[in-house]
Write a protein that binds this ligand. Sequence first.
Ligand SMILES: Cc1cc2nc3c(=O)[nH]c(=O)nc-3n(C[C@H](O)[C@H](O)[C@H](O)COP(=O)(O)OP(=O)(O)OC[C@H]3O[C@@H](n4cnc5c(N)ncnc54)[C@H](O)[C@@H]3O)c2cc1C
Length: 447
Amino acid sequence: MKNKQYDAIVIGGGISGILSTLALSKEGKKVLVIEKNDIIGGNCRTYEIDGYHLDTGPHVITNLIDGPLVELIKKYFTVVPRFSSINTYYVRDNKKLQEFPLTLLQLACFNILPKKERLIMSAAMIDAVANSSLNKNVLQKSIYEYMKKYNPSEKTNRLIDALSYFLSGKSMKETPTWRMLGGSGYINENDQNKKGHLKKFIKFAKHNYSSQGYPLGGIQSITDCAINSIPKNNATFHLNEKVIKLITKNNTVTGVQTDKNIYHSNLVIYSGFMKNLSDLTDILDKKYKSKLSKLKQTKSLTLWLGLKKKLPETSYIGSEMFFNTDTPYWAVPVSNFDNHLSPKNKQLIGFTTVIEDKNIEKRIKELKNSIFKAIPTIENQIEFEHTQITIPEKAAVTIGVDFPSPKSPIKNLYLVGTDTDMRSMGITRASYSVIKALKFMKDDKII
Ligand SMILES: Cc1cc2nc3c(=O)[nH]c(=O)nc-3n(C[C@H](O)[C@H](O)[C@H](O)COP(=O)(O)OP(=O)(O)OC[C@H]3O[C@@H](n4cnc5c(N)ncnc54)[C@H](O)[C@@H]3O)c2cc1C
């Protein structure tokens, strides 16, 4: 087969690859997308089984007022996803829901923890927010190390540990303190060092959580809208084809080799695991390879439950966390936001936990036990079950780990995805990385 030339080659058809493709195609580039699987979307997909529409993991999209996804949507989407607003995060304890405390006042009233513990948490939070301006090194410590001097109770530790898992993918012993503050919205990850700490206290006292939302039609509607916004004939998609090598000359990428063919381009965007980048080329230096090898991943187990009817206990618009167990979960009752996602009058809820061991059957059982402990009425209402094992983000934000920049050491090779930007999470993080990569491409005058 004849080797082909493209204006740009995008490796990987997940949301970061698709957003990059859309942006480049709108800049007039002819783009080739190469995806190793038989389907586009990566972790940003929705599929149907027995009338239930299942996302690849329960999703809530953050920063929908002025975040990076909105920036890309405004600039490049001609077909725009619609979001239903979901601003409430709940914590479930003793079969009751309480809003997650986002301000000092809410923390003072958060009676899931005893009064003494709430005071401890408030003191720790105030100190940490002040430290985010004054002494950044303190925030590089693990949350576990940071909290030690406050001597929190076992219950408080469980809550913090569960939160760490949901925000970074790792335990409180591995998660840096700044991640907890940024991920919960207590400090702004974009301007940690620019604003005075007085402003941060005001924010903490009031809290202005940027809008969260769920895309109507399922998470895949974001991918679909992006694909449908690509100008006709400006993108070609090759599925079931894996990039196995980058072709380079004088430290500059000139194309890719797949398991089927060779393609040429003087612009390549890689959106696979950065950990695997070293397998695609042997021109990266030792230091850079060592940095990539330190990236840590998290595996998650999602259990989707289809219920015979909508339960009052789970009829809220939001998501919930249950932490008072060895298998904490985060749950999103997606059919509450979009009733087309389940058969009529039924309910669909996704429950996710982090898994580290290999005994999946045992972990599914433990997750179910947690769910039944938290919401006992669910057990008799289940008519549908589906499990997913996924890697939510390509790298977890952990102590001492530094993500690679979207500008790679190889000329004309740019990197996008959730392991090239530490801000926020998931699709928001992937969007940040795409915006940053596009800026580098513009600065380098390649687009
Ligand atoms: C359980 C769960 C819950 C989540 N919750 C949220 C949430 O609430 N909010 C949120 O914003 N995000 C959430 N996410 C995360 C979000 O879905 C992902 O971060 C995002 O979809 C990642 O997109 P990506 O393009 O960076 O990576 P991916 O989706 O991993 O896409 C990378 C693509 O590249 C392809 N590829 C890799 N290597 C090659 C190669 N050599 N050749 C060809 N193709 C290749 C892969 O097959 C894949 O399709 C969640 C994810 C999960 C699993």
